[in-house]
Design a protein around this ligand. Structure first.
Ligand code: N01
Length: 549
């Protein structure tokens, strides 16, 4: 590799990112005897849970599910205090995992990878960081996350704002005290909806600037019931296995058996009421078989939630504004909240419709919409991320054959299994686009990908091979299959980050695989069992196979 001041340090594998997926990749590859080097932009482990420290940040998957399964000791000894983990609790858990398995020694923190270049002659990826350091390895594993590239709208005037502004995905570590301040929150996705009730209790006045109303369900968080915890832990391995046979990678929800339109009004209402009282999004969407594929069925669930909003929010105009009506429920990430709708009954909270009267500029004193000025001391951007492709495209990933990820994905992501990309040999993604990652229990998804990747690299090693690359035909077929599966659902109807709609100019492609975790894992397992059908395997260069052996 040329162009670097000094010869890069050599490893067997480079891992980019030390979130949930990256940490497990270090663990697995190290167990195989590989010499691994990981780079992490943050000052600590945790990825999403390191950066997103906004008030109210909490996981929307239950704690007993949202945890690693690779170590029985770990899953038996760790105790989750609540039904849903808070950000500090989850970060504490991830730090515990990093310490318990001594993972930190392979990670360079506060170091962002800027470039990854493949040299076909040496069969080596060389990465270059913002610190000027370089490292090279035959395999490069991108554990860069799906929601890790925060985006702030480029309203004119932000630099003139005299108050402080924040993005939920880059929250200050020391926290923010909004006491006595006039605060504006822009955005009502999961981050906005989780933070708004807490900020409202501190702020002198809170203005919520809403472009699109979203559906949110009560989380019904509570201390974890010790009996439930014991019962869960007694059958942990079985439950983990069962999770792979479900659409979302989460066991314990009996599959529905009836279409919503085949149920009578009373039966339907009873089902939704029971799920509303139980809390949780999967459980709610599991009320009937066809909520995500049949518009008429979906509308019964959508309208049920709208009626709950109208019954909760006292001001009818505000209630109506909060009623999502531009997408079927569940086709945007369904939000779980604690007291979100109730918050609009507070005297110090105002909902502002910026769909019809958009924000035109940020002023030194606050924010201006098409019809009013709002005086603010602080602005919170809960405006989301360049999801699924943003983090990969921020890195200049390219090969000496002229392939570059930025060019290849100009019209949207193209992958084989969401794990590899034709033209980029030996580069793996953990929960990449066109895999079910974001539509499933993310830790399970990360473990499944890392296991698949580690097994694949071991397979190569055992056969004296050093290169694997997705075939263009297999990739084309996988992209087609993804689109067909998505088109059979209601998902593409929503202007969501799943289709890149939140980023101006981003191509509108439905990015997650929604054929379900069970079908996906079966496909991945079959591909591996067939000797990696759809991949080209080679022994191009002997010299750089495995530095540690
Ligand atoms: O981001 P979002 P998020 N002007 O993209 C609005 C995960 N997550 O950070 O819908 C005005 O969902 C935008 O409006 P619109 C979870 O998967 C999980 O909240 O584009 N408004 C929307 O209201 C989640 O889905 C948890 O019209 C603008 C909001 O900002 C994902 O992360 C917690 C705007 C962005 O919503 C992202 O959630 C938090 C503009 N220019 C996050 N641009 C858990 O519970 C954007 N908006 C685990």
């Amino acid at each position: 590799m040329s162009g670097y001041a000094s010869e890069p340090a050599r490893y067997d594998a480079i891992v980019v990112g030390a979130g949930v997926g990256g940490l497990y990749a270090i663990y697995r590859l190290r167990k195989l005897g590989f010499k691994v080097r990981a780079f992490e932009a943050g000052g600590g482990v945790g990825g999403t849970w390191y950066w997103n420290r906004y008030p109210g940040c909490r996981c929307d998957v239950e704690s007993m599910e949202y945890s690693y399964s690779f170590s029985d000791e770990l899953q038996q000894e760790w105790r989750w205090p609540e039904r849903y983990g808070t950000q500090p609790e989850i970060l504490r858990y991830i730090n515990h995992v990093a310490d318990r398995f001594d993972l930190r020694r392979d990670i360079e923190f506060n170091t962002r990878v800027k470039e990854a270049a493949f040299d076909s002659k040496t069969n080596r990826w060389t990465v270059k960081t913002d610190k000027g350091s370089t490292a090279a390895a035959p395999f490069c594993i991108m554990a860069t996350g799906n929601l890790s590239t925060p985006r702030t709208p480029n309203y004119p005037g932000l630099e003139s704002f005299k108050g402080k502004w924040y993005h939920t995905g880059l929250w200050p570590h020391e926290g923010v005290d909004f006491s006595g301040l006039r605060v504006g929150v822009i955005g009502t996705g999961s981050s906005g909806v989780q933070s708004i009730p807490i900020i409202a209790t501190q702020a002198k006045h809170l203005y919520v600037f809403q472009r699109t109303a979203n559906f949110s369900l009560p989380a019904r968080n509570a201390p974890l019931d010790p009996d439930k915890e014991r019962a869960h832990k007694a059958r942990y391995p079985e439950r983990r296995r069962a999770a792979f046979d479900t659409p979302c990678g989460i066991a314990g929800y009996p599959p529905p058996i009836k279409s919503a339109v085949d149920a009578g009004e009373e039966e339907r209402r009873g089902a939704y009421e029971a799920k509303w009282a139980e809390g949780g999004s999967i459980s709610f969407l599991y009320s009937f078989t066809d909520l995500l594929v049949n518009k008429e069925s979906n509308e019964t669930a959508s309208e049920f939630v709208r009626q709950k909003i109208r019954a909760t929010v006292k001001d009818p105009r505000t209630a109506e504004l909060l009623c999502a009506n531009d997408h079927p429920i569940g086709t945007k990430r369904l939000i779980l909240d604690t007291d979100y709708y109730e918050t609009y009954n507070r005297d110090n909270v105002t909902l502002v419709d910026i769909r019809n009267k958009p924000i035109t500029e940020i002023t030194p004193a606050g924010l201006r919409t098409a019809d009013a000025d709002y005086a603010l001391d602080a602005i919170v951007f809960a405006t989301g991320f360049d999801a699924m492709t943003g983090a990969m495209k921020e890195i200049d990933i390219h090969t000496d054959a002229g392939m570059s990820i930025r060019e290849k994905w100009v019209d949207g992501p193209r992958t084989y299994l969401g794990i590899m990309i034709a033209g980029l040999p030996n580069l793996f993604m953990i929960t990449g686009p066109q895999s079910p990652g974001v539509k499933s229990q993310m830790i399970l998804a990360c473990e499944q990908h890392v296991d698949w990747i580690a097994d694949c690299i071991q397979y190569l090693r055992e056969r004296g091979l050093s290169r694997i690359e997705a075939e263009a035909d297999a990739e084309d077929a996988w992209v087609r299959h993804n689109n067909e599966v998505a088109d059979g659902t209601l998902y593409p109807l929503a202007n969501s980050w799943y289709v890149g709609a939140n980023i101006p100019g981003k191509p509108r492609i439905f990015m997650p695989y929604v054929g379900g975790v069970a079908a996906y894992k079966k496909k991945c397992d079959e591909v591996a069992a067939s000797g990696y059908r759809g991949f080209r395997l080679g022994a191009d260069v002997a010299e750089d196979r495995f530095a540690a052996n």
